[in-house]
Design a protein around this ligand. Structure first.
Ligand code: ATP
Ligand code: MG
Length: 589
């Protein structure tokens, strides 16, 4: 339960709402406990001095008072809920914002360690469970305590012995309801888990429809779906059974307490010296009925609080997570253009793979450096290191001769344009997808966008779409070809006029001819900028000032295109092979 204490700061924030809520609860229960007294005294008055002339007046007056009290109670009940349930919704809203803001601060490695589903669950389902504690949990508890105190006071004032007898079974009822609700909660969690399994199957079968159709996987998915559905049905049926038990159990227990009250009340009032009237017994029956539901809710609230505590613990686990990379300083940083790696090694903590081994190189302002290497040789890892997505295991990286770990990394990233290997486009218009590259507060006109699209050689594609820049991408939008996506991704990097441009194999999906055009266009754009190009095609990188050949995370060659050719090493070999392949494809055309 300790985890829930995290929420106390929110109770404090909304203390007035909570206090008013408690005040209304007092008011409504005060009216509520008077109502049985009215009925009791009405019965006693009519029974003891029955007046054939006047009885209707008395009955109507008493009825009128009863209705007035009910009305008052109803109004206060409305305000009680307005205060407490609204408070719980406000806290839910704040908590979701807090979690989301925290997620945004966490580093790349956090997202590698935790699944998207898990991240989503903690911010939605877990928060919803916590909300049940904040709203109904708090409300029913406050209500029970106040009501019980009032009722107990009135009952003891009427008859102590009968009070003790009729209250005795209530704790047993709480316990029974607790057992039933715990079972219900467990079963509904099983149902939820099965539900999310079904959603995953369905979602994968839709998003992977191309592969599914090509491999004739329809029946495989169908049988997976059926198995899951069957299991879902069974679990749902179990839940329905327990659910069906819930209300009858309560009704039965309420009935039993009523019978007990009538019986014991009757026995007690029959005793010679008894002062217990029929009205008193009637009042007691009302009281017992008034208490049964709140006592039943003790069991329900207990299991609800347990669930909330478990959820809050999961939430706290993420909230306590500190970003591995945090901005060390707020001092503005102006990137001048020099980058150097000094004996950098990096091992991925989750896989234990040493992706970079003792790598050193330097790029001066305005230079273009290229990294060539086979798949898995560590090229993208170099980029992640230079962007400080994670820190080197050994060695250090310097930016303008200052350690990367000591500069304002947000500023540095804002001056860098990265075109990642895996293109990601948002379900939004082409215009907004490109403008995503802008830093806060910046804007560009459509003409400027056109210029950038011409550089990335995608202008003619976009103008071919009937909606041009407004064309929607994503699931319900147009499907772009791999090469078109890559070129839009280049636009996104160029629009921010970066001082440092990083291209991670971002021309792999375009033909060599288009590649040539884009690289030529880029040359005009990046004259003064430092550029890092990653590729496994020699054609993309031969104009670079410096080329590094990586193999298994190690630098095996370094030099310009000409120098490396003269060396007749690995680079030369790759060049010859690709030249040959190029000629073969050309001959085919
Ligand atoms: N997030 C990760 N967690 C664990 N290991 C990783 C991770 N990313 C990459 N690796 C491993 O690090 C090594 C280098 O990967 P990297 O992505 O840097 O290669 P690459 O040269 O960019 O390859 P490609 O040309 O295919 O893009 C690989 O063996 C890969 O399996
Ligand atoms: Mg890569």
């Amino acid at each position: 339960m300790k985890s829930l204490s995290y929420l106390n700061k929110y109770f404090f924030k909304y203390k007035w709402q909570l206090l008013l809520g408690i005040l209304f609860t007092f008011g409504l229960n005060y009216l509520y406990v008077q109502m049985p007294v009215i009925v009791g005294s009405a019965v006693d008055t009519l029974e003891d001095n029955f007046d054939p002339e006047n009885w209707l007046n008395i009955a109507l007056t008493m009825g009128g008072i009863y209705i007035a009290f009910s009305l008052g109670k109803g109004i206060l009940l409305f305000f009680q809920r307005q205060m407490i349930i609204k408070m719980s919704r406000y806290i839910e809203f704040d908590l979701k914002n807090e979690i989301y803001a925290h997620y945004q601060r966490l580093s790349y490695s956090f997202y590698k360690r935790n699944s998207t589903g898990d991240l989503m669950n903690r911010i939605s389902e877990d928060v919803a469970k916590v909300r049940m504690y904040l709203g109904p949990g708090v409300m029913y508890t406050v209500n029970l305590v106040i009501l019980f105190a009032f009722v107990l006071y009135f009952m003891l004032n009427t008859n102590i012995e009968l009070t003790l007898y009729v209250l005795a079974p209530l704790p047993l009822m709480s316990f029974l309801i607790y057992k039933v609700s715990s079972t219900m909660n467990r079963q509904s969690e099983e149902v939820q888990r099965e539900q999310s399994r079904i959603s995953t199957i369905v979602q994968e079968s839709f998003s992977g429809i191309t592969v599914l159709k090509a491999y004739g996987g329809e029946s495989r998915f169908e049988s997976q779906f059926n198995t899951s559905s069957d299991s879902y049905l069974k679990k749902q049926m179990n839940l329905v059974k327990t659910n069906a038990l819930f209300m009858p159990t309560i009704t039965f227990l309420i009935g039993m307490s009523t019978v007990l009250t009538i019986y014991l009340g009757g026995v007690l009032s029959a005793e010679a010296q008894s002062t217990l009237s029929s009205g008193n017994i009637l009042t007691f029956i009302f009281y017992v009925n008034m208490l049964t539901w709140p006592f039943a809710s003790v069991g329900w609230v207990t299991s609800l609080v347990q669930r909330a505590a478990a959820s809050q613990e999961r939430i706290n686990e993420f909230l306590q997570e500190q970003p591995e990379i945090s901005n060390p300083t707020q001092e503005p940083f102006q990137f001048n253009g020099k980058i150097s790696f000094n004996n950098v090694s990096y091992t991925y903590p989750n896989s234990g793979i040493q992706a970079i081994k003792n790598l050193s190189f330097t790029v001066e302002k305005g230079q273009t450096i290229a990294i060539l290497g086979r798949t898995g040789s560590g090229k993208s890892s170099v980029i992640n290191l230079v962007m400080r997505q994670f820190d080197p295991t050994e060695g250090s990286i310097s930016i303008d001769d200052q350690p990367l770990s000591s500069i304002n990394v947000e500023d540095f990233r804002n001056q860098t344009g990265v075109v990642p290997q895996e293109v990601f486009l948002f379900s939004d218009s082409i215009r907004n997808n490109i403008k995503f590259g802008l830093n806060e507060g910046e804007d560009r006109t459509d003409e400027e966008l056109d210029e950038i699209m011409k550089v990335a050689h995608v202008y003619h594609n976009v103008t071919d779409f009937p909606d041009g820049l407004d064309t929607l991408l994503g699931e319900r939008g147009v499907n772009l070809s791999g090469g078109q996506k890559q070129r839009l991704s280049i636009c996104r990097a160029l629009i921010r006029k970066p001082k440092f441009l990083i291209l991670d194999d971002c021309l792999s999906a375009v033909d060599t001819e288009t590649e040539e055009i884009i690289l030529n266009n880029l040359k005009g754009q990046i004259q003064d900028n430092t550029t890092l190009i990653v590729s496994h095609r020699v054609s993309s990188i031969r104009y670079a000032d410096k080329i590094i050949v990586l193999e298994d995370g190690e630098k095996i060659e370094e030099g310009s295109h000409e120098e490396l050719l003269a060396k007749k090493g690995v680079y030369h070999e790759v060049y010859q092979k690709q030249l040959l392949e190029g000629e073969q494809t050309e001959n085919k055309d």
